[in-house]
Design a protein around this ligand. Structure first.
Ligand SMILES: Cc1cc2nc3c(=O)[nH]c(=O)nc-3n(C[C@H](O)[C@H](O)[C@H](O)COP(=O)(O)OP(=O)(O)OC[C@H]3O[C@@H](n4cnc5c(N)ncnc54)[C@H](O)[C@@H]3O)c2cc1C
Length: 243
């Protein structure tokens, strides 16, 4: 059922990963009644932010937090140098206000989530998948899951400690990769299309049944789907979001 709300939220935390990547933690008003499914997104706007025609500027951001964390949404935002929304958002401080409308989107988990399901993320594309993983683990999911996560630089590895924690305490097989590695990088080099084929023999679900959730830049998602099809996986089992 549609339960779309417009809410004034307060920035209660900002984690900077770099000059161009931040996680904003937004506090919702008490008893707002806001609820969402992992994978969904909100439209974010800022008080008084309008374009040259006086129209409100609002952009979509996937929710990274878990739905069971009440009254909070966490958004992972990449800044574009002339970004109409991201640039002014990066000037905001803890305590400042913003406006969210939502939730929206059909990129959601098909329940029950199959053992061995593979999550594939590029950059901020981790956000909706993070929400899915967080909810699954909060609900006690015990089966093996895979996360292939490619980042542009080692410093852009979102939620690293939490994901490493899931790889120890839960059966999360984490395969992180970057094309611009340094000597401290302990994971794979390259993009998901470079790393994934190395793991195909380790998967224990028949190819025709293997489920995927992929999210990232359109070119990365397109290349990933092409690779998966060439490897014999089924397109109808690949659920995707891209931006
Ligand atoms: C369903 C959905 C979920 C999304 N979730 C997220 C999210 O979780 N995190 C996130 O950071 N973004 C997300 N986005 C993208 C986001 O909505 C904005 O498009 C993005 O933040 C740029 O907005 P802006 O106003 O800052 O920049 P704009 O003013 O739109 O663009 C500024 C400049 O950057 C360029 N640009 C814009 N987007 C891109 C791009 N993707 N790649 C390369 N160049 C680009 C433009 O061409 C322009 O030159 C999502 C989009 C959708 C549709």
């Amino acid at each position: 059922m549609l339960n779309i709300k417009q809410l004034v939220v307060k920035i209660e935390g900002i984690k900077a990963y770099s000059d161009v990547l931040r996680v904003f933690r937004m506090r919702l008003p008490e008893n707002s009644g806001f609820s969402f499914a992992p994978g969904q997104f909100v439209m974010l706007s800022l008080p008084g932010l309008v374009d040259s025609n006086g129209r409100k500027i609002a952009k979509s951001y996937s929710i990274a937090s878990s739905p069971n964390e009440k009254d909070v949404v966490e958004l992972c935002v990449a800044r574009y140098p002339t970004g109409a929304l991201s640039e002014p958002l990066f000037r905001k401080k803890v305590g400042d206000g913003a406006i969210i409308t939502g939730p929206y989107g059909m990129f959601q988990m098909k329940k029950p989530v199959q053992k061995g399901t593979i999550f594939i993320a590029g950059g901020t594309g981790l956000a909706p998948l993070m929400s899915m993983l967080r909810l699954l683990y909060a609900e006690g999911y015990e089966e093996k899951l895979w996360l292939f996560y490619s980042v542009s630089e080692p410093g852009m590895f979102l939620f690293k400690d939490e994901l490493l924690g899931y790889s120890k305490s839960n059966d999360l097989q984490l395969v992180a990769s970057t094309s611009s590695h340094n000597s401290e990088w302990q994971w794979e080099n390259g993009r998901v299309t470079d790393t994934f084929p190395k793991y195909v023999s380790k998967l224990d679900v028949p190819k025709e049944l293997q489920q995927f959730y992929a999210c990232g830049p359109p070119i990365m998602v397109a290349d990933t789907i092409k690779m998966l099809e060439q490897l014999g996986f089924r397109k109808e089992n690949i659920h995707k979001e891209q931006w």
